[in-house]
Ligand binder design. Structure first.
Ligand code: AMP
Ligand code: GLY
Length: 423
């Protein structure tokens, strides 16, 4: 089979390596891919948001199956366009991708179907939003409605901070059209859990749980980033919590989307918070998480290609999705200065990887046979082991064998998970 993967980050590198384990994956293309992905797939410089370009490429190469990974491609209707051309896809259509691309839609859905989430109001007028913040007091959370590169959320400790966030979005145009509508919600407290769930619109199969580390610096300080590391499984996701999530959140969400005429096919990412009242939804993403995918897929024993085909053909209920029961840790190596200003173009030295070790490249370009840094998050060093402490030690040992100038990583990935295990 000829498989097309749309996207070009560490998540896509992990997806491609896993897809290639199935002998049916004869050729894998990546649009645009990156220098590291280019060692595992045929890359072409077509942006993940260039829907006509993607379509033309898929037709020219007579692609058999497409996997669309990024949020913006999905929100722009990449799956609809490919399917209309007769190319089966893994990923939600545009009308279902709305669950991520409009936070107001997601919140209204949860309200209508009684899915537990933070109390909220939506606003299109700054004055009303500012008044609401004043009435509710802090802490409070301000969210731009649309896609904002993961930076549209302000967890405000004070009323002033929340009001500044409202003004930035609605008057300052900080997120463009994505910020014209706002969701303002109650601040929830508790550990966060990421669950990536496979669904064909009827059946939902949660994959192994994980924990992201979103802040740039140790101790969850510094700015929010796309994710500085992950561990799986997440120790807070006990069998009891999992059972509640299935009953109260996963199944109701899948049924709600179907009832709304927006059946969701693909990977639905549940960002959960385990509050004193039980698990609640912080956010939905309409896709695989990054860097959650980098720890979840190495633990998957079944064929990812077979699972994805089953999802696209609506036969997930009869398909095996088996995980190894081991643990994984991903340490992201980033360019110093990320998520703000950073320099690019430094040569990367990669070691040989041993069993249970993976290096997923997120931001690197190939030049004259060398990999050069080209992004904020450069790569993820991943290790799989019998236990979480071993996985963490091995991921750091791998990260320490990788070199490029100006590299930095958090040194405490997994620390909170270990504390929870010991607690
Ligand atoms: P998001 O961009 O939606 O992933 O949100 C970024 C982060 O903001 C989440 O991972 C949470 O840590 C935090 N967050 C979002 N909503 C809330 C909330 N209602 N209460 C507390 N923290 C939140
Ligand atoms: N790791 C969070 C995300 O993919 O949005």
């Amino acid at each position: 089979m000829k498989i097309l993967v749309v996207g070009g980050g560490g998540r896509e590198h992990a997806l491609i390596q896993k897809l290639r384990e199935d002998p049916r994956a004869e050729t894998v293309y990546a649009l645009p891919g990156n220098g590291g992905i280019g060692r595992d797939a045929v890359c072409a410089p077509i942006a993940a948001t260039d829907i006509p370009g993607i379509l033309a490429f898929a037709r020219e190469k007579a692609v058999d199956f497409a996997v669309v990974a990024p949020d913006d491609s999905l929100a722009m209707g990449a799956v609809d366009a490919l399917e209309a051309a007769g190319i089966p896809c893994f990923g939600p259509r545009q009308n279902a991708a709305l669950i991520e691309s409009s936070k107001a839609f997601a919140k209204e859905l949860m309200k209508k179907y009684g899915i537990p989430t933070a109390r909220f109001e939506t606003f299109t007028e700054p004055d009303a939003a500012l008044r609401y913040v004043q009435e509710q007091g802090a802490p409070i959370v301000v969210k731009a409605d649309g896609l904002a590169l993961g930076k549209g959320v302000t967890v405000a400790a004070t009323v002033e901070e929340a009001q500044a966030a409202v003004r930035d979005c609605m008057e300052g145009g900080k997120f463009g059209a994505a910020g014209e509508k706002l969701v303002i919600e109650e601040c929830l407290i508790g550990p966060e859990i990421s669950v990536l769930a496979l669904t064909d619109g009827e059946t939902v199969v949660p994959m192994v749980s994980s924990m992201d580390h979103k802040r740039a610096l140790d101790g969850d300080r510094g700015l929010n980033t796309g994710g500085m590391g992950t561990v799986a499984p997440n120790p807070y996701y006990t069998p009891q919590v999992a059972a509640r999530c299935m009953e109260e959140i996963f199944l109701p969400t899948i049924r709600a989307m179907k009832a709304e005429g927006r059946p969701f096919k693909g990977c639905l990412y549940f960002g959960l918070m385990l509050t004193a009242e039980g698990p609640k939804v912080i956010e939905y993403n309409c896709r695989f998480g990054d860097p959650e995918t980098q720890v979840v897929l190495p633990l998957l024993e079944s064929s990812l290609l077979e699972i994805m085909l089953a999802v696209s053909q609506g036969r997930l209920s009869g398909t095996e999705v088996r995980f190894s029961g081991r643990s994984a840790c991903c340490v992201v190596l980033a360019s110093r200065g990320y998520p703000q200003h950073y320099e690019k173009g430094y040569p990367i030295t990669l070691p040989e990887t041993g069993p249970g070790e993976h290096i997923y490249i997120a931001g690197a370009a190939e030049k004259d046979g060398r990999l050069l840094t080209s992004g904020g998050r450069v790569l993820g060093a991943v290790a799989v082991a019998e236990t979480l402490p071993e996985a963490i030690d091995r991921a750091y040992a791998l990260a320490d064998r990788i070199h490029f100038d100006n590299a930095f990583c958090r040194r405490d990935i997994g620390a909170r998970a270990l504390a929870a295990l010991e607690g």
